[in-house]
Design a protein around this ligand. Structure first.
Ligand code: GLA
Length: 388
């Protein structure tokens, strides 16, 4: 039979709607219900995931807001100046609308050259001029925001513009920075605000809690505030590694953001179990060895499950303490089998989330759910419970 995309889509939506009650109700403990009014709970998933009824059911049970993992990124949705690839994002938001889920628009500008198409960087065979680049950014933001503003409640307006700790500049070197200075950020935020006045506008980045990068982040946000740029929140990606103990740095960062009157979203939460840090150490000399490092093919030991649980609970304790400024916590991917950390930066079997490859809850799920419901913390006795 010939493929009929419209029929396939209808069938996918129908199967989701029909299966939803049976699959969802088999799960009795809902994370979003346990989180309550603290903040919104979300998850970032690939657009293909939303065509799978079991995944959609799991999402509906536990989460209220979805981030498209790749489809809406500039290189995904806007492959050439006058060409748009709306299909995958349209299908994504169609399911979100049908399930009454909110969506995070991710992301309007990704301020990295290796995440930017040639057409954006060039004008004929010359580097793009400042006015053309700003006009292209404005057109991109206007077009995407206008199309999805009904279902998107938060936008990652600019992603990863700040220089890493080992670079001198405030912003990373990119075509955007070289050509416009900070102006591309001003243009993107102002355009997003004009097209979607009620949405939360986010600046999203990684490692903003690490002292050197935090200094840059705060300076960056102060400068934007001075220029009257409508940034509502800092998006802390939250790609942690087991054992990295960032709690006090996170507290210090959240305190500073609160002083600036900004909200926080935890935009891409996971805890890498087959940790990746050494991949970049000492000029990459461990890469050959790491490329063969795949220690948990058969699953995690009880000890590691316990450690993962403890670290997730500590994070949710912290998020609870700062729930006056935290608007949302989103996991990055739905279950272990779908995590990007199975491939990045090398191929391995990873276990960074609360659901396993069979979509079953893990001990980390149990611990987080119990903490959210009762305040109980693994390894702490009953009398020293905090109030949830
Ligand atoms: C960054 C981006 C995300 C995603 C991750 C890796 O954090 O913001 O969209 O690409 O890298 O998957």
């Amino acid at each position: 039979m010939r493929r009929n995309p419209l029929r396939d889509r209808l069938l996918a939506v129908l199967s989701v709607v029909i299966l939803l009650p049976t699959v969802a109700h088999s799960q009795e403990r809902s994370l979003k219900e346990a989180v309550g009014e603290r903040f919104k709970l979300g998850v970032g998933v690939g657009h293909g995931v939303l065509q799978n009824a079991a995944d959609v059911a799991l999402i509906g049970e536990h989460f209220q807001i979805l981030t498209p993992e790749n489809a809406m990124k500039p290189q995904g949705i806007h492959p050439a100046e006058n060409e748009w690839n709306f299909g995958p994002t349209d299908r994504f938001v169609e399911v979100a609308r049908a399930q009454k889920l909110e969506v995070v628009g991710h992301c309007l500008v990704w301020a990295k050259d290796d995440r930017t198409d040639e057409w954006m960087m060039k004008e004929g065979d010359q580097p793009v001029s400042r006015s053309t680049l700003l006009r292209r950014i404005e057109t991109h933001v206007n077009t995407v925001v206008e199309r999805y503003a009904d279902v998107v409640t938060m936008w990652d307006v600019v992603n990863e513009a700040i220089g890493d700790s080992d670079s001198n500049g405030l912003l990373r070197d990119s075509v955007y920075w070289r050509t416009t200075g900070m102006e591309f950020i001003v243009t993107a935020f102002k355009a997003a605000r004009a097209k979607d006045p009620d949405a939360l506008l986010i600046y999203n980045d990684y490692n903003g809690h690490k002292p050197e990068k935090r200094k840059k982040l705060l300076e960056f946000l102060r400068q934007l505030d001075e220029k009257g740029v409508p940034v509502d929140a800092y998006g802390m990606q939250g790609h942690f590694e087991l054992g990295d103990d960032s709690l006090s740095q996170l507290r210090e960062t959240f305190d500073e953001l609160r002083k600036l009157g900004l909200k926080v979203v935890v935009s891409e939460l996971d805890i890498d179990v087959v940790t990746r840090g050494r991949w970049w150490a000492d000029g990459g000399k461990y890469r050959e060895e790491l490329a063969k490092h795949d220690p948990y093919k058969d699953g995690l030991s009880e000890e590691l499950h316990a450690q993962l649980s403890k670290e997730y609970v500590a994070l949710f304790q912290l998020f609870t303490d700062y729930s006056d400024i935290i608007e949302r916590v989103s996991f990055w991917n739905l279950h272990d089998g779908q995590s990007w950390l199975n491939y990045f930066p090398w191929k391995r079997v990873n276990h960074p989330l609360l659901f396993d490859r069979m979509r079953q809850t893990k001990p980390s799920f149990d611990a987080v759910h119990t903490f959210l419901k009762t305040g109980a913390v693994p390894g702490q006795d009953e009398n020293s419970r905090s109030t949830p």
